[in-house]
Design a protein around this ligand. Structure first.
Ligand SMILES: NC(=O)C1=CN([C@@H]2O[C@H](COP(=O)(O)OP(=O)(O)OC[C@H]3O[C@@H](n4cnc5c(N)ncnc54)[C@H](O)[C@@H]3O)[C@@H](O)[C@H]2O)C=CC1
Ligand SMILES: [Mg+2]
Ligand SMILES: [Mg+2]
Ligand SMILES: [Mg+2]
Ligand SMILES: [Zn+2]
Length: 442
């Protein structure tokens, strides 16, 4: 047993005995131990739940313990507390479960693409002198995009689980010439959020550039090894750190808008970039888009509902697959919100259109920006009123009710040829996990 494994066992032992002081001091030394299972396959939270130690469970949760982790029998800490009759602890775990998982200050609970590591400082967007000064500062950070894909670098596996790629960061001197090229679009992203202890004068500003120069030539710019364009949205863009994914969500969606709105949607004249990339204004002085405020001048966000529909028996959920999905992959149904629709009506309409199932109550859970090109995925749980399935074959190849246990296996045991779910970075995956966590009672 190595030192790490030994420390995990000590944490588990302290949690089993109800020794809050020992739990705190072990976590203070190594917070990464928190969700590691010991040799028994149980996490510290499960052991606290098994032995009825409320304060330990509370302490572990306050440090961000994963209440949805399962042991080798697919039991969560909640299941264990319930089984052993520790109602005060199962209530504690349900209380936490009942909250939408985004309504928490714990960043590890954010959905992928939703982190906000930069302060967008929208009030500085029209301040041209300020923008110019930031663009010239040596500590400003520039990200490079080609055909809307960011330039990234592969990280060594030793950097730990999670991020496998990182955004390439350029300084103003390296991009100076590129900015003069006619095809370059520059947008301001924001400034780094500083913790109070970091007292240096001004936090660095971040910008993104989309360039139309030859991508192969651009690759040489940084002179780094292992750099490549993160072109495959479902692969390369999902391997960033939580913070970098948040920055890409903002940058890619705004740059995509610039690439598609070079002409005015109202009169067809050309448009020019303003407000550091957050507005496009028509160059035709008589265009009515210049009178008043028009949404055609601002970056667009397309609202989408994505929903996990639950069977009236509460034990099954409805998942569907499009033809383009890899074999065996099923996901939540989803669809664009139409004008004049609220979230609930869009959920009911899309589910009925795509599967023939009628839906009653709908509850919003959490959302996720999806920057390909610029959707906002609003995740809901919905309860079915009818169960007969008739798919819209234009959109969906197959939709089925899946039993809870099969979904749990797909979530925690990696799936099977019959069912696997989209990766954990997607809100579809998180919605399914949320349902299992809310109703966990194996
Ligand atoms: N993460 C996940 O597991 C899933 C994500 N999605 C995403 O959700 C989004 C919407 O889902 P869909 O099933 O495609 O929507 P949908 O069910 O409304 O059907 C798509 C069709 O709606 C029309 N449409 C209406 N407004 C549109 C707009 N603003 N942009 C593009 N097409 C529009 C187009 O004809 C398009 O083919 C897609 O971007 C899709 O990639 C969809 C299913 C699962
Ligand atoms: Mg759809
Ligand atoms: Mg649809
Ligand atoms: Mg639709
Ligand atoms: Zn116009």
């Amino acid at each position: 047993m190595n030192v790490l494994e030994e420390t995990v066992e000590r944490l588990g032992d302290a949690a089993s005995r109800g020794d809050v002081a020992a739990v705190r001091s072990l976590l203070a030394r190594s917070a990464s131990l928190l969700n590691r299972p010991g040799t028994s396959g149980w996490t510290a939270l499960m052991l606290a739940a098994r032995n009825g130690h409320f304060t330990v469970a509370e302490t572990l949760l306050s440090h961000g313990a994963d209440r949805l982790a399962v042991n080798r029998s697919s039991q969560t800490a909640y299941d264990i507390a319930k089984f052993w009759g520790h109602t005060h602890i199962s209530h504690l775990l349900v209380q936490t479960d009942d909250r939408p998982f985004l309504a928490t200050s714990d960043p590890s609970q954010e959905t992928y693409f939703s982190a906000e590591p930069l302060d967008r400082l929208s009030e500085r967007r029209s301040d041209e002198a300020w923008q110019q000064d930031k663009q010239n500062r040596p500590d400003s950070v520039f990200l490079l995009f080609s055909k809307l894909s960011p330039l990234v670098r592969s990280l060594q596996p030793s950097t730990g689980p999670g991020a496998q790629t990182s955004l390439c960061r350029f300084s103003s001197s390296l991009v100076k010439e590129l900015l003069l090229k006619p095809g370059s679009v520059l947008i301001f992203l924001g400034v780094e959020r500083r913790r109070p202890s970091q007292t240096s004068s001004e936090p660095p500003a971040w910008f993104a550039i989309n360039s139309t120069e030859d991508p192969e030539v651009l690759l040489q710019l940084g002179g780094e090894k292992d750099v490549f364009w993160a072109r495959r949205p479902n692969r390369d863009l999902l391997n960033l750190s939580q913070d970098e994914a948040g920055i890409v969500a903002q940058a890619r969606a705004v740059l995509a808008w610039h690439s598609r709105y070079t002409f005015c949607p109202t009169c067809g004249s050309s448009t020019r970039l303003e407000e550091a990339g957050y507005k496009r204004t028509c160059t035709n002085a008589s265009c009515c888009s210049l009178l008043g405020v028009h949404n055609t001048s601002y970056p667009r966000v397309d609202p989408v509902v994505i929903m996990l529909v639950l069977h009236p028996d509460g034990e099954q959920c409805l998942l569907g697959r499009k033809k383009i999905f890899p074999t065996g992959m099923f996901s939540c149904l989803a669809g664009f919100i139409e004008p004049g629709e609220c979230l609930e009506s869009a959920v009911r309409r899309e589910v009925e259109e795509e599967s023939g199932v009628k839906v009653g109550s709908v509850r919003y859970v959490a959302c996720q920006p999806w920057p390909v090109p610029s959707s906002l995925m609003m995740g809901c749980l919905a309860v079915a009123l009818s169960t007969h399935i008739k798919v819209d074959e234009n959109e969906i190849e197959e939709a089925r009710w899946f039993p809870r246990q099969q979904v749990i296996d797909a979530l925690f045991k990696g799936g099977s040829p019959a069912l696997f779910l989209p990766p954990q970075q997607t809100i579809a995956h998180q919605l399914v996990k949320h349902w299992i966590g809310c109703t966990s009672n194996l």
